[in-house]
Design a binder for this molecule. Structure first.
Ligand code: GLN
Length: 303
């Protein structure tokens, strides 16, 4: 979305459009609260202003896109399930406002917890990990890298993604949020760009693709039809990437380094036993998300 051109709409015109768009949303069983969130983002209106409809009297409201374009995208939200975050081009995640596009998965609220688990793991390790190098494999929008950079102010973060379009977005997010000097992003396949860090990483954090291939098409249409398949499809049983990360991480982690990943419901036990069978990890633990689903698996590389 081009934010450089200044466009304006009258309060009355926007009010009229919102009324029509609300009705269409209800008819399509989409929550009208999504519409108001979108208007907060693209027209800078407060929730209360929207709620009280007090913007109707404003002669000019700056807006990031023409009302015709907004209408066209809102129709796509309703008829094609285009996620509203892709229309606004942003998502809120932890303390950050992140740019997103259909080139990257929309960071989920449950993934925020990975960062808190990394902190806990670093505290529990026998070695000091907060000042070292951390890898975020499959970084997408860069969310996990940014979360790690924020909570480990002394650390250097290395975000990797095979998609160059994703890396472009991750870099943009990191620069806008002032982390340009502490996070380095690399386009490449998993560890490939990190050969220099063999045996030196304090931790690896990843939210890899973990949906079984046959299930991808059955996810809600917003996800299945619009989010990048590359970020979702984890092979036949969904565990291909997690298995690969269990297998390969010991070559890159310091003794006492952290292995931490997100999984789908039902996969955590399997991943924990893969870690166990690899015989290079200790302190293997499973952690639930806020919905009570076993979602995260954590381990330390043996000393
Ligand atoms: N959590 C995402 C979903 O539920 C999947 C992300 C992933 O595969 N890592 O759609």
């Amino acid at each position: 979305m081009n934010q450089k051109l200044r466009r304006f709409v009258s309060g009355e015109e926007l009010w009229q459009w919102r009324k029509t768009a609300q009705k269409a949303a209800i008819a399509a069983k989409v929550s009208p609260s999504e519409l108001d969130w979108l208007l907060q983002e693209v027209a800078g209106l407060e929730r209360l202003t929207l709620c009280l409809e007090s913007f109707r009297d404003l002669p000019q409201i700056p807006i990031q896109l023409e009302i015709e374009e907004l209408d066209r995208l809102w129709q796509r939200r309703l008829s094609e399930f285009l996620p509203v975050q892709y229309i606004a081009g942003v998502v809120y995640w932890r303390n950050f406002k992140l740019a997103v596009s259909p080139a990257v998965l929309i960071p989920r609220p449950e993934t925020e917890q990975l960062i808190d688990l990394a902190v806990m793991a670093a505290k529990n390790s026998s070695i000091s990990l907060e000042q070292g190098h951390w890898a975020d494999l499959g970084t997408g929008s860069g969310a996990i890298s940014l979360g790690l950079a924020e909570i480990f102010p002394q650390a250097k973060i290395h975000g990797v993604d095979c998609s160059s379009a994703a890396i472009e977005i991750a870099r943009k997010n990191s620069l806008l949020l002032g982390f340009g000097s502490r996070i380095k992003f690399y386009q490449g396949f998993w560890w490939e760009p990190l050969a220099l860090f063999k045996g030196k990483l304090s931790g690896m954090v990843s939210n890899p693709p973990y949906i079984p291939s046959a299930l991808v098409a059955k996810l809600q249409p917003e996800v299945a039809q619009h989010e990048p398949r590359l970020a979702l499809d984890g092979g036949d049983d969904g565990i291909d990437c997690l298995r690969y990360l269990v297998e390969t991480a010991p070559d890159y982690l310091l003794p006492g380094g952290v292995w931490l990943a997100e999984t789908m419901a039902g996969q955590a036990e399997i991943v924990a036993s893969l870690l166990h069978d690899r015989k290079s990890y200790t302190n293997i633990s499973i952690h639930t998300d806020l919905a009570g689903i076993e979602r995260f698996v954590l381990a330390l590389k043996i000393n």
